[in-house]
Design a protein around this ligand. Structure first.
Ligand code: ZN
Length: 197
């Protein structure tokens, strides 16, 4: 396999890119070798080397704990639980939340064989128990898996005494947080509700 074929092969593994668009992307890069391809290659190497998941919240950053966990202006007594880092970033873009986060790493799914031990649920329970968390906002996707996971976590945290809330149903059914506009997310956060198990 030539170097070019290998590049196209790797590009085709990216979400949203098939073989055809991967070929176009490869040619696009080759035409912009100095202005784009080389800086991109450097950026990929740097991020691959330096970015790690935060051991506290699961966010991605060059520092551990991450910048959000270290920021003294953020309220450590309120935790926002999200499925993926992309959801955390979506909420950060809305600038509606000033607490801290906890990334689960997915949702419970019997179909895909994902159980509680595959997600960062126990670290969440430990965090709520060991640090003075008074509210946990379950900002999970409005999908069946997201809501099943939300109920599981609400049950798991029931004994901790922390208030457990969920986003208001401004979030469309089947909706994924990453695709919502900031206004909808802000409204859903502001109108969060007690989580009933
Ligand atoms: Zn963190």
């Amino acid at each position: 396999m030539s170097d070019l074929d290998r590049l196209i092969d790797m590009l085709a593994k990216l979400p949203g890119l098939g073989p055809r668009s991967a070929r176009r992307a490869a040619l696009f890069l080759l035409k912009r070798r100095e202005s784009l391809m080389e800086p991109l290659s450097l950026a990929l190497q740097e991020t691959a080397r330096r970015i790690r998941p935060c051991s506290v919240c699961g966010n991605l950053d060059t520092a551990d704990p991450c910048a959000l966990c270290r920021d003294p202006r953020r309220d450590g007594e309120i935790l926002c639980v999200v499925e993926e880092v992309a959801d955390l970033w979506a909420i950060e873009r809305s600038a509606a939340f000033k607490g801290r986060y906890h990334v689960l790493g997915g949702t419970l799914s019997a179909l895909d064989g994902v159980g509680p031990e595959d997600l960062r649920i126990e670290p969440l329970a430990a965090r709520v128990r060991d640090t003075a968390v008074r509210e946990v906002v379950l900002a999970l996707n409005a999908t069946v898996e997201g809501q099943t996971t939300a109920h599981f976590i609400a049950d798991r945290l029931a004994a901790t005494g922390a208030k457990v809330t969920r986003l208001a149903h401004g979030v469309p059914v089947g909706g994924e947080l990453d695709y919502l506009d900031e206004g909808t997310l802000t409204a859903a956060l502001a109108a969060r509700q007690p989580m009933k198990s």
